[in-house]
Design a protein around this ligand. Structure first.
Ligand SMILES: Cc1ncc(COP(=O)(O)O)c(C=O)c1O
Length: 453
C-alpha cells in the first residue's frame, strides 16, 4: 500500500497546484474521451510507469470542482478536515450495517443523527435517521415511510390504491422518480404553482386535497422544498405543517440544497416551522463542502423507520438491533458517510458549521450586489438565496456557459424559471472570499468581451 500512497501524494500535489494555476480543465468533446484517456481495459497487466501515467492523465484532466472558479453545481470546494475523514473512511473500509463491523462509527452516525434531530426540534427519544446515498435517495425514503405510515399493508401486499403526493413545480426531479420507484406513479404527483420567487403557493392546496379525497383518491404526502434547486427558494414550511396536520398527511422537507440553514441563527428563519415536519433531508455535501456523498434522512417517527426498512437476515444481524444500523437503512452494505461530517463537526464545532453557512449567504450577497449595481446585468434572484441568477448583455446563457467551460475560463451553469433562462452562479464553497466572487465577474466580462464583441 505504501507505494500506492506515494503515488497518491504525488498526484494530489500536482492536482492542488493545477487547481490554482489552471482552475478549469478544457475537457474537449466526449467522443474523444476513450482515446485521450486510454480508457479501455485489457487482458494484460501494465508496467508500473505506464499505469502511473494513465492514472495521472485521468486525475489531472478531471473537472476541478474544488477550484476557485467552480460555481457550476450545488456542491463544490473541498473542506480539508472532512476530506481527511473521507480518506480515512476509505482506508478503514467498513460497512455501516452492524456494530460488529462498524464499531465506533455506529456511535458516530447515531450522534450526528441525534444532533440534527435536536436542532430541528424533534423529540429525541422518538426520532431517528440514517445516511442515504444522496438527497434523491433520502427523499425516496420519505415516500416509502410516508406510504407505509398511511397504509401499513402496502408493505406486504403492494400498492392497490391511488396515493397522491403534493409538491411544487420547482421541486427536485427526484420527487417524480421516487413516485415511480415507490409504486405511486408519476401521474399521482400534483405540482402546485409557485409565486414569482419560486415558492410554492399554498392557497389552493387544501382545495386540491379536498377534491382528491372527494374523487376517492388517497392524499398521503406533502413535499416542501428548502431550498429549490434553481432559484434557492424556501417553501413556507410553517403553513404546510399546519395543512399537513389538518389533513393527517405526512410532511417531508427536502432540505438537500438549503437545509443546512438549521445551523445558522441568522438564516434559520427560512425553515420556520421545521419542527412540524415528519421527515427531513439534509445534504452536508452541498452547503458544508463534505465530499460526496453525505446526505442524511431524519424522521420524528423512528418506529416507522424500523417498520419500513427493517428486514430480518439472521446471517448478518446477530447483536443488539439498536446498534445494527442496517435495520433502518435503504441498503445492505453501506459506505461510511458519517465519519467525514463528524470529523468536520468535531473539529470546528457547531459554531464553525454556522460560519460556513453564513459565509455562503454573504458570498451570494456580494454577487447579487454586483449584478444589481451593474447596468449590463439583469438579476433574477432575490434576497437570501445562494443561487444568483442573471443575464449579461442579452448573451444567451446556455451558450456563454458552454463557451466559458470549453475555453477553460469558468465553470458556471445555467437554469430556467418560467420562460426565462439565465446563468446560475451558486455559492456553495464557503472557503471562497469576496475577491473570488469579484474575480468571477472580472473573468466573465473579460471572456465575453473577447468572445462575443
Ligand atoms: C432540492 C434538491 N433536492 C434533492 C436533490 C438531490 O440531491 P442529490 O444530488 O444528493 O441526490 C437536489 C440536488 O441538487 C436538490 O437541489
Amino acid at each position: 500500500m505504501k507505494s500506492e500512497l506515494t503515488i497518491f501524494n504525488e498526484l494530489v500535489d500536482e492536482l492542488l497546484k493545477l487547481e490554482k494555476s489552471e482552475p478549469v480543465v478544457k475537457l474537449g468533446a466526449p467522443e474523444g474521451m476513450k482515446d485521450k484517456f486510454d480508457i479501455a481495459v485489457s487482458d494484460e497487466p501494465m508496467s508500473e510507469d505506464d499505469f502511473k501515467a494513465v492514472l495521472g492523465n485521468v486525475v489531472l484532466n478531471t473537472p476541478r470542482t474544488a477550484s476557485r472558479s467552480f460555481f457550476n453545481q450545488l456542491f463544490g470546494g473541498r473542506n480539508p478536515v472532512a476530506t481527511l475523514g473521507e480518506l480515512l473512511s476509505v482506508m478503514l473500509n467498513i460497512s455501516m450495517y452492524t456494530y460488529k463491523v462498524g464499531g465506533p462509527h455506529v456511535g458516530i452516525e447515531t450522534e450526528l443523527v441525534q444532533q440534527i434531530c435536536s436542532r430541528i426540534g424533534f423529540p429525541i427519544e422518538e426520532s431517528g435517521g440514517t445516511f442515504a446515498p444522496g438527497g434523491s435517495m433520502s427523499n425516496f425514503m420519505s415516500v416509502i415511510i410516508a406510504r407505509d405510515a398511511y397504509d401499513p399493508e402496502i408493505k406486504n401486499m403492494g400498492v392497490s390504491k391511488r396515493l397522491i403526493i403534493y409538491t411544487s413545480k420547482e421541486s427536485h426531479y427526484s420527487i417524480a422518480k421516487n413516485a415511480t420507484f415507490a409504486g405511486i406513479g408519476r401521474e399521482n404527483v400534483r405540482y402546485l404553482p409557485v409565486n414569482e420567487k419560486g415558492k410554492m403557493k399554498t392557497e389552493d392546496l387544501e382545495l386540491l386535497i379536498d377534491q382528491d379525497k372527494k374523487m376517492g383518491l388517497h392524499p398521503f404526502l406533502i413535499n416542501a422544498t428548502a431550498a429549490t434547486t434553481v432559484l434557492g427558494s424556501y417553501d413556507d414550511i410553517d403553513t404546510l405543517g399546519d395543512i399537513a396536520k389538518r389533513y393527517g398527511l405526512w410532511l417531508h422537507v427536502d432540505g438537500a440544497y438549503g437545509g443546512c440553514v438549521i445551523f445558522s441563527e441568522k438564516h434559520r428563519h427560512l425553515v420556520k416551522g421545521i419542527e412540524k415536519c415528519d421527515s427531513f433531508t439534509i445534504n452536508p455535501h452541498k452547503m458544508l463542502s463534505t465530499p460526496l456523498s453525505c446526505s442524511i434522512f431524519v424522521t420524528k417517527h423512528k418506529q416507522q423507520l424500523v417498520e419500513s426498512f427493517s428486514q430480518d437476515a439472521s446471517y448478518l444481524y446477530q447483536g443488539d438491533d439498536d446498534y445494527n444500523l442496517g435495520k433502518t437503512s435503504l441498503q445492505c452494505g453501506r459506505r461510511n458517510d458519517a465519519f467525514k461530517l463528524w470529523a468536520l463537526w468535531k473539529s470546528v464545532g457547531t459554531k464553525g458549521l454556522e460560519k460556513m453557512v453564513n459565509q455562503l449567504f454573504y458570498l451570494a450577497d456580494v454577487a447579487r450586489d454586483y449584478v444589481s449595481n451593474h447596468p449590463d446585468y439583469k438579476l433574477y434572484s432575490f434576497e437570501e438565496s445562494t443561487a444568483v441568477c442573471f443575464n449579461y448583455k442579452d448573451i444567451p446563457s446556455k451558450d456563454v456557459c458552454s463557451a466559458l467551460a470549453d475555453h477553460g475560463a469558468l465553470m458556471v451553469g445555467h437554469g430556467s424559471f418560467g420562460d426565462q433562462n439565465f446563468v446560475r452562479l451558486v455559492t456553495v464553497n464557503s472557503s471562497l472570499t469576496e475577491n473570488d466572487i469579484l474575480n468571477f465577474f472580472k473573468h466573465f466580462e473579460k471572456f465575453t468581451e473577447e468572445y462575443y464583441f
